[in-house]
Design a protein around this ligand. Structure first.
Ligand SMILES: Cc1cc2nc3c(=O)[nH]c(=O)nc-3n(C[C@H](O)[C@H](O)[C@H](O)COP(=O)(O)OP(=O)(O)OC[C@H]3O[C@@H](n4cnc5c(N)ncnc54)[C@H](O)[C@@H]3O)c2cc1C
Length: 421
């Protein structure tokens, strides 16, 4: 079944040419809509990028046959379909660096891996320094990144002027220099979600949308079944990838997580001709800007300052972010904002994720991505799949276990967040 499906759906120049005379009406659905079985080897909860990538690698790399992915709404309706698409690996600590660079490398080959154009554009990411203190901190950061074997370069004021001519270098927040990771960039978030969904389905994963997990049946310290809006499903192993719902589901499973949920918003302008290749970010005035392949200027900034599960974003933050963007790019002031939206993000005390084992022996967790988990989707899926199959943390995620909060071994990457969250 998987084989046949894979052959039918291959996206290639030949198949595009064959479909053209039929006005592209001959393409089948990108993934199957199977019925729900009552028992699976692995149940993955959450149809965001991390859940889908985990299901994909379980089936593709480890040959796990019976995998179900349960999504309460439709796939990609969570933060994986709401983010600003920035992909980078310029983290400070070696454990973060090696994990995120693994992810960036997977992104670099993802279009081919999934046979789906994820529209990765590595135009670089520039972090702006507005003070001598910013410059000092960035030099230290650049050295750390390079010592981790990842690319990073300091830029002079003149370098930045050349790379981003529309930046206002002499605003209230003068730009003295910056830090660039040239391999950073953006990719299309919907494509990443759809590509993993299509790939998972082709390898036999049952993608079940409209199926909410409402509880767990346990025997001792093991989960025996998940209860859902479509009935109970028996399973050998369960993986939770439900971002802002992680504390809720962990509560149903009988343990707590050190996660707070906040609203993070973004917006896009009307599309214009290409004016901006890199993503530009100012941690000091809390805003970042990139240009999508459709020409829209994509704007992100700080999270709302209070806890909430709402997906709207406060007007005060919208105004603050836009004011910051106009300080940096006054020439954008005439553009209309086309859309503004938000997601509820799951933030840990050290802003690093929680991945791996839980107090329940066959329940695995992947959450706490907060404002930065899009870039981690391929590596999140790859390492979680191995963790589930081998029942021990993948070497790249050992430091991100839940028990680090008991040991006090935090991985404080707050400073590597694009803006203060
Ligand atoms: C505005 C904004 C901008 C961002 N920008 C960036 C960025 O530029 N770069 C970056 O790296 N990251 C960014 N992020 C963060 C990133 O989007 C997330 O960290 C990442 O998408 C998390 O993926 P996920 O698969 O863990 O969660 P999600 O994509 O949120 O998926 C979780 C899924 O679980 C489902 N679910 C929840 N409860 C249940 C249940 N009980 N049963 C079944 N299903 C359930 C949800 O419906 C959802 O589809 C941004 C986030 C936001 C909101």
């Amino acid at each position: 079944m998987g084989q046949v499906y894979r052959r039918m759906q291959r996206y290639s120049l030949l198949n595009v040419l064959k479909a053209a005379p039929r006005a592209n009406t001959g393409w089948g659905p990108a993934w199957r809509t199977p019925g729900l079985q009552r028992s699976y080897d692995v149940v993955v909860i959450g149809g965001g990028g991390h859940g889908l990538a985990t299901a994909y690698f379980l089936a593709k790399k480890h040959g796990v046959r019976q995998v179900a992915l349960l999504e309460r709404g439709h796939i990609g309706q969570g933060n994986s379909g709401r983010n600003t698409q920035v992909t980078r690996s310029n983290y400070f600590y070696p454990v973060s660096s090696s994990f995120f660079d693994h992810s960036l490398k997977l992104y670099e080959g993802l279009g081919r891996e999934l046979n789906f154009n994820v529209m990765l554009r590595q135009g670089g990411q520039i972090n702006l320094a507005h003070t001598l203190h910013d410059l000092e901190v960035m030099r230290r950061w650049a050295n750390a990144i390079r010592m981790n074997g990842v690319d990073a370069e300091m830029l002079s004021e003149a370098d930045i002027r050349k790379l981003v001519p529309i930046l206002n270098m002499k605003s209230r927040y003068p730009i003295l220099g910056g830090l660039i990771q040239r391999r950073a960039g953006i990719s299309r978030h919907d494509a990443v979600v759809w590509g993993f969904a299509r790939g998972a389905s082709a390898h036999g994963v049952d993608l079940i949308q409209g199926c909410e997990v409402t509880g767990f049946r346990k025997s001792g310290d093991r989960v025996t079944a998940v209860e859902t809006s479509q009935g109970a499903i028996n399973c050998d192993r369960v993986c939770m990838s439900v971002s802002n719902q992680s504390s809720v589901l962990a509560g149903l499973a009988g343990f707590t997580l050190p996660i707070t949920t906040m609203t993070l918003q973004a917006m896009v302008t009307e599309p214009i001709k290409p004016i901006l290749d890199p993503c530009v970010i100012s941690g000091s005035i809390h805003a970042y800007v990139s240009q999508s392949d459709r020409g829209e200027i994509v704007i992100g900034g700080a999270a709302d300052v209070y806890n909430s599960y709402r997906q709207r974003g406060s007007l005060a933050v919208t105004r603050g972010v836009l004011a910051a963007v106009l300080e940096l790019f006054p020439s954008l002031s005439r553009l209309k904002i086309m859309r503004q939206w938000a997601g509820a993000v799951d933030i840990t005390p050290d802003t690093s994720p929680i991945m791996g084992l839980t107090p329940l022996r066959n329940l695995y967790i992947n959450c706490g991505w907060g404002t930065g988990g899009y870039k981690a989707i391929p590596a999140g899926g790859d390492t979680m799949a191995q963790t589930i199959v081998q029942d021990k943390p993948h070497p790249l995620i050992g430091a991100f276990d839940l028990a680090r909060f008991e040991r006090g071994a935090l991985v404080d990457e707050g400073a590597a967040s694009g803006v203060a969250h």
